[in-house]
Structure formats: structure tokens, C-alpha cells
Design a protein around this ligand. Sequence first.
Ligand code: ADP
Ligand code: MG
Length: 393
Amino acid sequence: MNIHEYQAKALFEKYGVPVPKGAAAKNAAEFDTALATLPEGPTMVKSQIHAGGRGKGTFTDGYKGGVKFCPTKAEAKEVAGKMLDNTLVTIQTGPAGRKVQTVYFTVASDIKKEYYLSILLDRGTSQPVIIASTEGGVEIEKVAEETPEKITKVFVDPAYGLADFQVREIIFSLGLNKTESKNAAKLLRNLYNCFWETDASMIEVNPLITTPDDDVLALDAKVSFDSNALYRHPDIVALRDLNEEDPKEIEASKYDLAYIALDGNIACLVNGAGLAMSTMDIIKHFGGNPANFLDVGGGASKEKVVAAFKIILGDPNVKGILVNIFGGIMDCNVIAEGVVEAVKEVGLELPLVVRLEGNNVEAGKKTLDASGLSLVSGDSMADAAQKIVNLVA
Ligand code: ADP
Ligand code: MG
């Protein structure tokens, strides 16, 4: 789960990670109240969307920059009016962009130098890794490609936590002076606590800055959390912004379905994450494009299958459906009944290929036959994939 910059900064403050003062507004009527909490003077207006590259982004109406410096609060208010409800396209949003539904006003800091700092989970070593660089405010991918020697990585053993020598290693790599080092060390420790205690999967601060007074501040904040740990963080769940999520994924999460929308046109309904992945692979292999990843799980109920089927049918890009079930724990007949029920409720005009195998497969096939549904059976995974790819083509 991702949160907005303004929410991440409130979280940072709770953990003692310094950020410039700021206030968010969700509509024009809130601009004045939000601005009233800030001192008069240079103010930044920042579009709040779950995507990076906002500063260099362009709105669909041609207005440039999703993050803007304004010398006065009056100008900040005017700029906020241009951003709110406008659609921002950045390198991370795709060409459709994202509608800005919240703007964030924040004090413009006096920047001495910009740095990069992030903490994320390294899957290779199963440890948190801290990544720091003197090259802040630019994409870290670019730094990694062009000047990898300017990136320092420190792996933290979760059993010991962040050690003093590791904090020093990072600070040293950034070439900070004495006061800056002291401030940065404190910030880093607090940021690591924040990462650890909230079950974050990534915290990225780009840029982290130093000021002429040798203060160290987080100017940007991107935070994502491990969805599997959200059950123990109701305060974080409360930050979820459904406006930023795909409506189909929201619907799927209500039924506890593992669903991810993709941009192809062949919908897949599969049980088991591994089978779901290989189903997408085999569709690709035969020249098709999957419209989604969907794992209904091992012991799905009929209601869950109905919900899943309705979600994939609700995607206007879908031109065909492949149901690929290997019944281990899953009862093939439950899938069959779910599919029949869903079609009864919402109708079906698209080609449907079904491959059922395993537990209670005969009953499942009988249910499908008896339903009078026009569907094509696949004898094997390869056969089913080829059939749906041909039908859609
Ligand atoms: P994004 O990474 O999405 O483009 P940032 O929050 O990093 O958004 O903002 C882009 C740039 O704007 C930053 O690299 C920084 O130079 C500047 N900036 C952002 N917030 C502030 C601030 N509070 N004061 C001064 N400059 C800022
Ligand atoms: Mg940034």
C-alpha cells in the first residue's frame, strides 16, 4: 500500500525525522485554512499523487510542473488552483496521468545541497538495505547506471538492527560537515525506526537536503507498506486513498482476491499464484497479452469465484477469458458453479476457454455442460492458451 507525500511527512514527524512545515488541501475552499498554518514567504505547491517525477511532469492541459516554487502565499494559492483536479503526467504515471485530488503547501527550504536516501527490503539478502547518494533530486536509476560509485549501500541485519558503524559509513559517504553529520545521524536512525516499526517495504527520500544552517531535512517522501502486515497497523490502513487505486483492484481486495490489472486483453482466472504467473507466461508465449493477474486462492468459495469473474468482465479491455484451474485443494466444481452463476448474473458475450484439472473435475465439467454456456474446453494448459489467443485474434 502506498501513501501520499503529505501523509508520509506526518509519519516522519512522529518518528522525529525533520521535514519542512506543510498543510494539505483537498479542495479550493481549504486553500486559505491550509496556508494560514504556514509562515508568509516562499512556499512550494506540490501535487499529491502516488507517483514520482512530479516536478518534471506536465498537466494534460499543458501546464508545466507538478511541484512549484512560489515566492508568496498568494501565488501559491493561485498555482494550487491550477493543479487541483488537473491531470498530471509524469514518467511514472503512464500517458493517461493521474488526477490531482489533493495539493500540499509547504515551506520552501533554502537548499545547500540535495542528497538521496532510501530504505527498502532487499529480496536477495532478505535484509533491509539503506541506499544513500550525494546525487539527490535526480532519478537514482540514472545515478546507478552512469555513476554507480556515487551510491553507498548498507545492509542491516534485522537481528541486530542498525549499528553505529553503519550510520557512520553512510554519513561519511555523503561528505557532510560536523553539524550536518550529527543531524543526519539522528535522522537516519529515526527513519530506520520508522521503516522497521511500520512494516514499510520502502521509504525513499529524494531529495534529502542540507540547509545553510546545517540542518538536514526530508523534502520528499515516498513510502509503501507491506500489505501482508497491514492488519497490525490500523492507523496506516486509515491513510489508504482509494482514489489512487484501480477500482477493480479495490473490489478484488474486498473479496481477498489477489488481482492485479494489466494492459492486455485476455482475462485470466486461475488458482494459485504460481499457476497464475505461468498462465500469463503461456498467453504471452502464444502471442497474446494477459489483461490481469488473478489468483482466486486455494479454497475459494463460489461467492469469491463469482466476484472474481465479475471483476474481470468489468474490464472494458477484455476480449476473451481463460479459466485455468488445477484443483489441488480447490474443488473444480466450485469454480464451475461460480462461473455459471456469474454469467447468469452479468451475461457473457466474449469467448471463454476453460481448462479444469484435478479435484472433482468430472463434476465441474458436468456443471459447465449442463449450464448450456457456450465455452471452449482446453485439454491442456498449452491447448487452452492457444485456443483463447486464436479466439481473441
Ligand atoms: P518529485 O520527486 O515527485 O518530482 P519532489 O518532492 O522531489 O517531487 O520535488 C521536486 C523538486 O522540488 C525537489 O527535487 C526539490 O528540488 C524541490 N522541492 C521540493 N520540495 C521543496 C521544498 N519544501 N523546498 C524547496 N524545494 C523543494
Ligand atoms: Mg523527489
